[in-house]
Unconditional design. Sequence first.
Length: 561
Amino acid sequence: MSNPKSKRSDAIVKGPAHAPARAMLRATGFETADFDAPIIGLVNTWTTVTPCNMHLDKLAEPVRLGIEQAGARAVDFNTIVISDGITMGAEGMRASLISREVIADSIELAVRGHSLDGVIVLVGCDKTIPAAAMALARMDIPGLILYGGSIMPGERNGEALSIQDVFEAVGAEAAGNMSEQELGEIERAACPGAGACGGQFTANTMAMAMSMLGLSPMGANDIPAIHPDKNAAATKCGQRIVELVRDDVCARQFVSRQSIENAALAASASGGSTNAILHLLAIAHEAGVAFDLEAFHEVAQRAPIIADLKPSGQFLANDLFLAGGTRLFASKLRAAGLLSDTPTVSGNSLFAELDQTSEAPGQQVVRDVANPIKASGGYRILYGDLAPDGAVLKVSGEADAVFEGPARVFESEEDCFAIVQQGGIKAGDVVIIRNEGPRGGPGMREMLAVTAALVGQGIIDDVAFITDGRFSGASKGFVIGHTAPEAAAGGPLALVKNGDLIRIDSKARRIDIDADLAARRANWQQPKRKPYGGVFDKYAHLVSSAAKGAVTTIHSTEKFQ
């Protein structure tokens, strides 16, 4: 808005020609003075299908209040959410990653279609968070993201529970290590109310990333869903988006190479979800920032894991909040000289925000970089015979591990899970689940049901996984996902046979196979892909490689591979 007297929404509310638009807006409650005020889109991902988002209708109220107090007018839109936890291990999980693109597109359409002056997005479950950032980066208008907050821990026999414990209990019950009654008790206790899954799984990893990117006010995302301070933070966010609009401070002023590196480092050093890699690549793509898999690997090696958070650690998101939150965690990285000072939507720079850090006495959740939880960062990017374009290793155990074993090949997650439940996976196996990539799935499902079942059976540390699909933020073990090119695109994973000797060397960053893949390729024919219809087939046609963020938008100079 180069002319301070003009605003984006003038395109629909100014001048005689737009009297019909004003007439319709008056029917919704607009008064004459409202047409001179900024019109702010309040985009909500509220739904009653999942605890992650079921409270966001209520959280919108203090946000709306803040917008109105700042002299602007809020208009509400809703978009979809697909619950990862509910759809995990089922056909519906194919919709999860696809929903990221639909959410981003729907935000763009609502905002651009109505010429809104700015937008605040309320997010919860996994894909809603990166989708909001992708939309803001794509549109490059004033915008802000507020995370609804984490769920409180469940409790059983004095032990804190999360949804991770339920998935792992399924495996324990199948292996005979837990009774069906005990499984039921854990199921009923794990999720006590509103809020996103409690570990450093995808939602909390990406909520932290939003604060590091500068698209969420520092500290606001840390506040748990049902905490009494959440509404006050929401009101401030409402007020702040109006200030951003009046000053015409747009999203790409925050999403830069430096802020993406900060977010990537935070995801790695907190032991967060590998999904952060996919999502940050997509956000960088939308912002036109050069950032690729190798850049992510380089950043992840700068710092060890310093947060003792589930799935591999002890604590949950509420524990991090009480210890000092993202400010405390980031201040430890800053103290080691690992962060760049970047602008944030609060109006303060990142370092100015970190100057306000408060550390709870005796907290054990976050350590100094010199005294880490694990000496390595949380991710490594591997290449080799089976991953020419890269694959993502989540470092949940020994960073420099070598694993060698025979391939157990499965064409889908369901095929593998059935064998797992029968006790058919043995120590030493390299489990390969293919045709679950962005195009082949379609939708790049997560393999949490499989890994959690093996945790419950007690052999997760004795097997390795390779897939062109994804792993949940709650997955642990020697897991390698995002293998590219994917099998459905003719990637080498399509050529592996049962019994092939697979060697994974995480220090050398290699995944290799003892087989003549060139000879096999000469005789290989790409299988006909099963049609799923509708948006699933549309997505399969449009989606790029996981190595490029699995996006469905292209820049004018690009062609998808």
